[in-house]
Design a protein around this ligand. Sequence first.
Ligand SMILES: [Fe+2]
Length: 193
Amino acid sequence: MKLPTIIGAEKLLNEAKQRNPGAWIGHSKTAALCAKKIAEHCDNLDADFAYVFGLLHDIGRREGVTDMRHIIDGYRFLLSQSYDDCARICLTHSFPYKDIRSYNGQNDCTTEETEFIISFLENTEYDDYDKLIQLSDALALPDRATYIEKRLVDVVMRRGFNDLTIPKWKTFLHLKDYFDKKTGTDIYKLIGV
Ligand SMILES: [Fe+2]
């Protein structure tokens, strides 16, 4: 895997902060910490890699205030830096449930970009880093980690629910269960919620 160092990733995040400051910077740092703490207890994961993936998963927000666009912007930016494994996380982190309609927000991508994302998801089997950042993203508030159940309810209160809500909730709870088993503990203890 070719990733930036932690210092390199922090530099990229700081540059992005100058371009588009916001709560997403704190969220990215919380997600990185959650990912690191969980990865430290997984035999097949590297905690520093997990930290870097967490820091950069939303880096597409460097381009401004966008919705689903941020995933494709992050993907392109990190590919341009030759960080292909980090680029992949930009796309996969938003889709624990592999259906483009399950995105929490507006699709502000072009038709071509949307088709690209759909086919990328169809042709990608998630590895444990994809899954770890999907989980960490859902645990991360700008200033602290929280219970996934709280985040799920909060999103539904703000955006309403549809026919994909229950399958999505099941996917998130399955992810939590997956990492509880992998770490041999309750991940809430690891991240200190
Ligand atoms: Fe995120």
